[in-house]
Design a protein around this ligand. Structure first.
Ligand SMILES: Nc1ncnc2c1ncn2[C@@H]1O[C@H](COP(=O)(O)OP(=O)(O)OP(=O)(O)O)[C@@H](O)[C@H]1O
Length: 794
């Protein structure tokens, strides 16, 4: 053991996390380098930022850079050493940062990642800071040597080592016996695994850095290289033993200019001998991607930059790279649309947007406060680099600067432009695609739009409701299913309207699929006549339409409400109108009968103009509640009596519509007409009861068909039961044999006494806040669920 070493257990969540990383990211193992470089870059950014207020932190080391060295040591062991001159860590920080997980919600997240066999690992890296643990993908043993930056609180920082192996649940922290050799910063030494030896190859490292990190980091990255050169023999001392230090970041790169005038001297053959020349090569000499001219950046570079900066395994859907001016400060920015929305989006009322703010390439902050962007747009990922901002002011002051206020507006505007462009591309076809048409395949533009719409359609509805200023622009991007097509925009709907049509028809019923909605009684006639109806099954749909009120001068008409106009009624021949009048006359007895039977919950009974095959339906008045609204309201204010009265009143604002063409209705009319009208005439009470029963089943059926709830479903089924018996010729009153086997007597013994099939998967004691002590199950089974402090089952 090392002198003064302290042994620690990894926090159990860290142990779990390391296990998930090692098991599920094996095929992505090369990410370890990107993660370590990104941590080094973060540490340097922290140092630079701190130095604005605490200049002492810069003492200790001159340069601000990252160096990488790969080699085989004297014992033939392959090592990779990554060093940064960033903020460094105190021994306590080494323990806390690398031995515990500070982020909330981790347990829950881990449980999910474990249960999905790693299918949920897409966002693992980043989301829960397992960046550092990815080193165990390639290393058996890891040493982190660190010296914190000097500060008034810590005037004499000491160098400490954190050491851990991949397969133990403990780590050690001890003072470095070499003393403070780093000056400042952190050095990570990876002892590479047998099957990871390709990472000592400098070409491999160059490839990885170029691919993942070179254009994303702001500080220079140097790689230690060696090559063999033939040098004249007189130069006995040339063998280089000491590696020159990498240059500080301000030095110019002039390594290329070293080979000159070789030919002239080649007169007499000179004796030479091979000498190993060591050199630090600057890997990221290009400026970071956002500072470059967009024309010189490839799509792949934009994608990799996005993925590594925002820790997303999926490529972005789209991006915009531009320069602009906000409150007099010019800036450069890249705005990205991720390909998916985070699960947590709808759970949190506010999500701080991920906007990485830099000033002249110096990272300042990524959390611009809760209201940095409106909720609906808070999922965009942005990097912004401003030319000038006061850096030494507090975060709060910075958050309220005019620069940031205007920037928000600019980002939202860009986002809307990108979305509009995606929509436009989906409609436009390239010549080639034109030629290849009828293949039935989506064009590239359509595919991109489809993916965007799948991820963000509901978010856009929220946007149109929330963002009054941009309402029309956002609403134009929302897509709805209809009885005629899978999706349409409001503009496309308007283009498809029929002559005379002044209303946009819609049917809303929360939670129902478009396929089910398309079969609704309210849609049947419109569909048969060739009118398009928006089918709305999402919670925000109806709210959005109510906010919009009109679209291109057309009003929205709920087809489950009165007031529906096709717009061609004027053209109806006189006979048609005459016929309607006649029907009302002819059906008067039935209408009156229905009115009597429905007195307590509908306001009126009329001959329907909207039904085709269904016998009847319940239609809400213009100011009454539709079934959908009733559902939403009862979910919202159950038990609130003051709203009751209003509620009952609005609930009654309904009309029963009957379809004279339905044989059922015709038959019912005949039976009603047979009832004696004369007060004194003898009445057949039994026949009347039967008729009343059929009527009530019809009415309840109409309620269900129209999406409402039947007030007393037990009664409803009892009546259906009686009608069925009648039609089968079974006695209406014959009792059902209702005898059942009673349960055995009370059992005094305890369930645990018997063989009790305990399934640990069913219970998570951690979740229940319980402690069962030793579980009665096999050890390894139990560990799946029990939180075993400091125990790593690796
Ligand atoms: N090179 C370093 N210099 C200073 N601190 C470091 C360094 N590497 C890691 N750390 C500290 O250790 C913490 C944990 O690192 P880790 O990579 O596990 O997670 P993270 O950096 O917070 O998240 P992620 O890398 O996934 O974004 C960091 O937050 C940082 O405080």
């Amino acid at each position: 053991a090392t002198d003064g070493a302290q042994k620690f257990n990894y926090e159990s969540d860290v142990a779990r996390l390391r296990k998930i990383v090692i098991n599920s990211l094996y095929s992505h193992r090369e990410v370890f380098l990107r993660e370590l470089i990104s941590n080094a870059n973060d540490a340097l950014e922290k140092l630079r930022l701190t130095s604005l207020t605490v200049p002492e932190v810069l003492e200790g080391a001159e340069s601000m850079n990252v160096t990488i060295k790969a080699f085989r040591d004297e014992d033939g062991i392959s090592k990779l050493v990554l060093r940064d001159t960033g903020i460094g860590m105190t021994p306590d920080e080494l323990t806390a940062n690398l031995g515990t997980l500070a982020k909330s919600g981790t347990s829950e997240f881990l449980a999910r990642a474990e249960s999905t066999d790693g299918t949920g690992t897409g966002n693992l890296i980043g989301a829960f800071g397992l960046g550092f643990y990815s080193s165990f993908l390639v290393a058996d043993k890891v040493y982190v040597t660190s010296v914190a930056a000097k500060s008034p609180k810590n005037p004499d920082p000491q160098q400490y080592v954190f050491a851990s192996t991949a397969d133990e649940s403990t780590f050690e922290v001890y003072p470095d016996p070499r003393g403070n050799v780093l000056g400042r910063g952190t050095e990570i030494t990876l002892v590479l695994k047998e099957d990871a030896l390709d990472y000592v190859d400098t070409l491999k490292i160059i490839e990885l850095v170029n691919k993942h990190s070179s254009f994303a980091t702001t500080f220079p990255i140097y790689l230690h290289t060696t090559r063999t050169e033939e040098v004249p023999v007189e130069d006995e001392e040339t063998e280089t033993t000491e590696t020159p230090k990498p240059k500080s970041e301000n030095d110019d790169d002039d390594e290329e200019a070293s080979v000159e005038d070789v030919e002239e001297e080649e007169e007499k053959p000179k004796k030479t001998k091979p000498v190993v020349v060591e050199e630090w090569v600057h890997l990221n000499s290009q400026p970071p991607i956002w500072m470059r001219d967009p024309k010189t950046v490839t799509d792949e570079e934009y994608e990799i930059f996005y993925q590594s900066t925002f820790k997303d395994y999926e490529k972005p859907l789209s991006w915009a790279h531009f320069s602009g001016d906000s409150a007099g400060t010019s800036f450069k920015a890249i705005v990205y649309i991720p390909s998916h929305l985070d699960d947590s989006f709808w759970q949190n009322s506010q999500t701080p947007a991920d906007i990485r703010l830099m000033v002249k390439r110096v990272f300042i902050m990524s959390d611009l406060g809760e209201d940095a962007l409106p909720k609906w747009a808070s999922w965009v990922k942005v990097v912004v680099d401003a030319d000038d901002l006061p850096l030494n002011v507090s975060r709060e002051t910075l958050q309220s600067t005019r620069f940031l206020k205007q920037l928000k507006g600019i980002i939202v505007k860009r986002l809307l432009q990108m979305l509009a462009k995606l929509a436009e591309n989906a409609e436009r076809k390239s010549e080639l695609e034109e030629l290849e048409e009828d293949g039935g395949e989506m064009t590239e533009g359509q595919l991109a739009w489809w993916r965007m719409s799948r991820a963000y359609n509901n978010v856009l509805k929220l946007g149109a409701i929330e963002d009054v200023k941009n309402r029309d622009k956002i609403a134009a991007l929302v897509r709805f299913a209809t009885n005629q097509r899978n999706e349409t925009s409001l503009d496309q709907y308007v283009e498809n309207r029929k002559k005379g049509q002044k209303q946009i028809f819609y049917l809303a019923d929360m939670g129902k699929s478009p396929e089910i909605l398309a079969k609704s009684v309210f849609v049947e006639k419109l569909h048969a006549r060739g009118y398009e109806v928006l089918l709305l099954g999402q919670p925000l749909d109806e709210i959005l339409l109510q906010q919009l009120r009109v679209w291109k001068k057309m009003s929205f008409q709920d087809v489950a409400k009165s007031g529906l106009k096709f717009g061609d009624e004027e053209e109806d021949p006189e006979e048609e109108k005459e016929r309607q009048k006649e029907l009302t006359e002819q059906y008067k007895p039935l209408i009156d009968w229905f009115k009597k039977e429905t007195n307590d919950f509908v306001r009126n009974v009329v001959i329907s103009n909207r039904l085709v095959t269904s016998p009847c339906a319940i239609v809400a008045d213009a100011y009454g509640y539709t079934a959908n609204m009733e559902k939403m309201l009862s979910a919202q204010n159950h038990g609130q009596d003051d709203k009751r009265v209003m509620h009952d009143f609005a609930k009654k604002m309904k009309t029963l519509e009957i379809n004279p063409r339905s044989p059922l209705i015709e038959g019912l009319l005949k039976r009603v007409e047979q009832l004696p009208t004369d007060e004194d005439a003898e009445r057949d009470l039994e026949a009347e009861d039967e008729l009343r029963e059929v009527t009530s089943v019809l009415i309840d059926g109409a309620l269900v068909r129209s999406g409402f709830e039947v007030p007393d479903s037990h009664n409803f089924f009892a009546r259906v039961d009686r009608i069925l018996r009648r039609s089968l010729g079974v006695s209406e009153h014959a009792p059902t044999d209702a005898s059942v086997k009673p349960a055995p007597p009370v059992d005094p013994s305890h369930p645990a006494d018997e063989e009790f099939a305990f399934d640990p998967e069913m219970l998570d004691p951690e979740m229940l806040g319980l402690n069962f002590g030793e579980p009665v199950v096999e050890e390894d089974e139990a560990q799946k669920v029990w939180k075993v402090e400091g125990h790593d089952e690796l």
